[in-house]
Design a binder for this molecule. Structure first.
Ligand code: 0A1
Ligand code: ZN
Length: 844
């Protein structure tokens, strides 16, 4: 059993590092790493270093060899008594990059040497204080016959067979990176606001250059944006981005040398969708923005992860909002938060944005730390205003540059910059769970009284939930559709609190939680006609969309639980379609019905047991009814939203294509997927081709298209990932598991590649009715593959366990199947610490 780490146990490291020198002699099976670390004592204590899976060849202090018996498992402890106040620790170790299938530390991806050190990967490279509060300048020498040799910082020397890099900015080991391989650069440059010329490179495999241009453009936009929006300038002579095919996550912000999953770099009209382009821009921005929020100012310990991640997600969301449509971006972000974070917060894996304990830190790169962490910052900004936010951020950068910080430091800069007491606000960081906001309204003689209550259900280890500060942005819409109160932020601090609005002529409709001003769920009684009024007239785009979404959700829940529903929604859609062309992206959002997972969550929240098959049937039925009721308008829009001319991945074109595909999705239910078949053959961009293919699969008319697609893109891994993903995802639930099994048996199901594994196993997991098949086949298939992957790649296995986090909300038969499947996984001999922690928490 692994030990739990506690926030309360953090102690300062007793040494600081003046410099870290590393020398690598790269070889696939036996890489030699020599290190020299210049330590200086700061406090009393032993020298404790971390190391895992190293073949240690020598250890020394100031050249005097150390007794190998000082190695205790994954720690090397050198007693304080044996150490002067300043000394150099040196080590030589051997590691096996080719055998490193876990993709943590130094590994090989398609012949390219690369690293992943966050959170605790550096200990797989050499002995080191592998903790984020120990920062040092790095001097790195790489010897290898690979043509391109990269590390962090600035190049010092570069000759065939050897390169030397120096990174002057003190950094923790998790930001170390090394890349060596046969790579080509797409180069450009950027001159910062103070005139520093920075050489930029996006490194890809030969032949992929023509798909790296968008990543480079996104990088330049990110660098400009951070100067303008936050006054943050880049601080080295070079900035390198490398794309690799085997990567556990999206990308990594290593100082001056970002390493990316190739799917977040490579894009062309023929191979990437509008969604892919938007993600590339957002993640390139995210990693770049980490240079200040994460690298220059890092985390004191891993409990503080949301200090860098919540803030950097918040910044990348702002960036995308500025580059594209802010309203559409906000709605997308709310959808993701609800789908992933609310679900996490409501189940056995719930934890606060700043957890106070963990077993395996890699299991805490979660929607709560990232996306809820960002929402919490959005609330702070709403509470202190734009000016206050800017002052606080300026103070944060001034005060903490070069430091490893905590959430307390972060909150204090807001207090100091704005004079506001944030003691109660801090609960958003320390308390898990999504508050539920209940609104009761009273109307009398021109006065509207809003009576709010907040309550949060207990979460694992946190039975009591004191009230939080909730910024509730509202507006009031008169019965004729006019706004009678513009956006006003109510600050709720009590468990129950009332707000009065006097002097109103007629009873208005409350436009609630405008802009999604707090990450809460809402319970209110509102008539369908009032929702329709908001959908038609609300001035806040999020609230408008939400009104339509709630109408749809109510209809779907009614249908899935045996009643009628959908007339009001269908009527409202009629109005929406009439002026859809004015804002196609928004119309597309409104036309896309809530997903089956969300319907299940809503039913469970109302205290009932969701039936996945009934939910699927309800959604199909409503889609069909809408298509039938509005066929002429949908058909007209489908034609009108064609985007002639060369493909451009901008927000405008993407908006038109998203409306076109929303119409196609509905029409395919009633035209035998004829339009989808035609579009699949005619489309020249991947957005429309994939969209059409998904419709064909859902309609069961996919054989020819899949064959053609598979042949055309057999040589393109990223596109074939789509091919593997859309089949289990879109297939009718009764066919999806069999389909997934057949795909898994193919020789090109390269399951050790995380993208391919996630495409197929995750594709099925996202098909709600198939994953939760009543006979347990979805659970069994998934667990069979998790058991196979765990010994090879524990991190990706553990992350994918979260598909099971909702298992207790289903009926007894499904629960029994899920418990049995998870039990098999738990019993796997040698189960990794990562997966063991996840299964234990899910079954608790
Ligand atoms: N810090 C990166 C994401 C990342 C996190 C963990 C990893 O390995 C466990 C890898 C990447 C980011 O936020 O983009
Ligand atoms: Zn990040």
């Amino acid at each position: 059993m692994t030990a739990t780490q506690y926030l309360a146990d953090w102690r300062p490291y007793p040494f600081e590092i003046a410099q870290t020198r590393l020398e690598f002699d790269l070889a696939a099976r036996a890489t030699r790493v020599r290190s020299q670390i210049a330590f200086r004592r700061r406090d009393a204590g032993d020298l404790v270093l971390d190391g895992a899976g190293l073949r240690t060849l020598s250890l020394a202090i100031d050249g005097r060899p150390l007794d190998p018996a000082l190695v205790q498992g994954e720690r090397l402890v050198i007693p304080a008594a044996d150490l002067p106040d300043a000394f150099t620790f040196s080590a030589e170790v051997e590691i096996d990059p080719q055998g490193n299938t876990a993709l943590e530390g130094l590994y090989l991806s398609g012949g390219i040497f690369c690293t992943q050190c966050e959170a605790e990967g550096f200990r797989h490279i050499t002995w080191y204080p592998d903790r984020p509060d120990v920062m040092a300048p790095f001097h790195v020498t790489i010897r290898s016959d690979q043509p391109v040799l990269l590390s962090n910082g600035n190049p010092v020397a570069n000759a065939p067979g050897q390169a030397v890099w120096h990174d002057p900015w003190p950094k923790p080991a998790y930001l170390f990176a090394l890349v060596a391989g046969d790579l080509v650069a797409v180069p450009d440059s950027f001159t910062t606001m103070s005139g520093r010329k920075v050489a930029l490179n996006v490194w890809v495999r030969p032949g992929d250059q023509d798909r790296a241009g968008y990543a480079m453009e996104s990088l330049i936009r990110s660098m400009k944006w951070d100067e303008k929006a936050y006054g943050r300038e880049y601080d080295l002579d070079v900035f390198n981005i490398v794309a690799v095919d085997d990567f556990n996550m999206g990308a990594m912000e290593n100082k001056g040398l970002n390493i990316f999953n190739s799917k977040l770099v490579l894009a062309s009209a023929e191979t990437a969708t509008d969604g892919d382009y938007e993600r590339i821009e957002g993640v390139i921005g995210h990693e770049y923005f980490h240079n200040w929020t994460g690298n220059r100012i890092t985390c004191r310990d891993w409990f503080q992860l949301c200090l860098k991640e919540g803030l950097t997600v918040f910044r990348d969301q702002q960036f995308t909002g500025d580059m594209r449509s802010a309203a559409v971006k906000r709605i997308h972000d709310v959808q993701t938060l609800r789908a992933r974070q609310f679900r996490e917060d409501a189940g056995p894996l719930a934890h606060p944005p700043r957890p106070d304990r963990y077993q395996e830190i890699n299991n805490f790169y979660t929607a709560t730390v990232y996306e809820k962490g960002a929402e919490v910052i959005g609330m702070l900004k709403r509470l202190v205003g734009d000016e206050g936010y800017r002052r606080a951020l300026d103070l944060y950068f001034d005060r903490h540059d070069g430091q490893a910080c905590t959430i307390e430091d972060w909150i204090k800069v807001f207090q100091d910059a704005t004079g506001r007491d944030l003691a109660q606000f801090k609960r958003w960081y320390t308390d898990a769970g999504t508050p539920r906001l209940t609104l009761a309204e009273d109307w009398q003689d021109g006065t509207l009284t809003l009576d709010f209550r907040q309550d949060t259900a207990p979460t694992p280890g946190q039975p009591d939930k004191p009230p939080r500060v909730i910024p509730i942005a509202i507006g009031l819409i008169g019965p004729n559709g006019d706004e009678v109160l513009p956006t006003t932020v109510l600050e709720m601090t009590e468990a129950r609190q009332g707000f009065r609005f006097d002097g109103l002529g007629a009873r208005p409709v409350v436009s609630l939680l405008r802009g999604f001003s707090a990450p809460v769920t809402v319970a209110r009684k509102i008539a369908a006609q009032e929702q329709a009024l908001l959908l038609a007239h609300d001035t806040d785009a999020y609230a408008r969309w939400q009104a339509g979404h709630d109408l749809a959700l109510d209809a779907l829940v009614a249908r899935a639980t045996g009643t009628e529903g959908g007339a009001e929604f269908s009527h409202a859609i009629g109005g929406l379609l009439d002026d859809a062309e004015a804002d196609p992206a928004f119309a597309a959002l409104c036309l896309s019905l809530p997903g089956e997972e969300e319907i299940a969550t809503t039913i469970a929240t109302r205290g009932e047991i969701p039936d996945p098959d009934a939910i699927h049937a309800a959604r199909e039925g409503l889609a069909c009814d809408i298509a039938q009721a509005h066929e002429p308008a949908l058909a007209r829009l489908y034609e009108a939203m064609a985007t002639p001319g060369p493909y451009r991945p901008d927000a405008q074109g993407a908006g038109r294509r998203s409306l076109r595909l929303a119409c196609l999705g509905l029409l395919s239910r009633i035209d035998g997927a004829a339009r989808a078949g035609a579009l699949f053959s005619a489309a020249s961009n991947m957005t429309e081709r994939q969209g059409a293919l998904e419709c064909l699969i859902a309609a069961g008319r996919d054989a020819d298209a899949l064959e053609a697609f598979g042949q055309e893109f057999a040589g393109n891994r990223l596109v074939m990932d789509k091919w593997f993903m859309v089949q289990p995802l879109r297939a009718a639930p009764e066919r999806a598991v069999a389909r997934a099994r057949a795909l898994a048996a193919r020789p090109d199901f390269d399951w050790k590649n995380p993208n391919r594994f996630r495409a197929l196993i995750g594709g099925l997991g996202a098909n709600h009715a198939a994953f939760h098949a009543a006979d347990g086949s979805g659970y069994d298939f998934t667990v069979d593959w998790l058991m196979r992957l765990d010994p090879v790649n524990p991190q990706t296995t553990a992350r994918m366990c979260s598909g099971f986090e909702t298992w207790t909300r289903y009926d007894a038969t499904r629960q029994a199947h899920a418990r049995a499947a998870l039990g098999r996984l738990a019993a796997l001999p040698g189960l990794s610490r990562n997966t063991a922690e996840m299964v234990t928490r899910i079954l608790a």
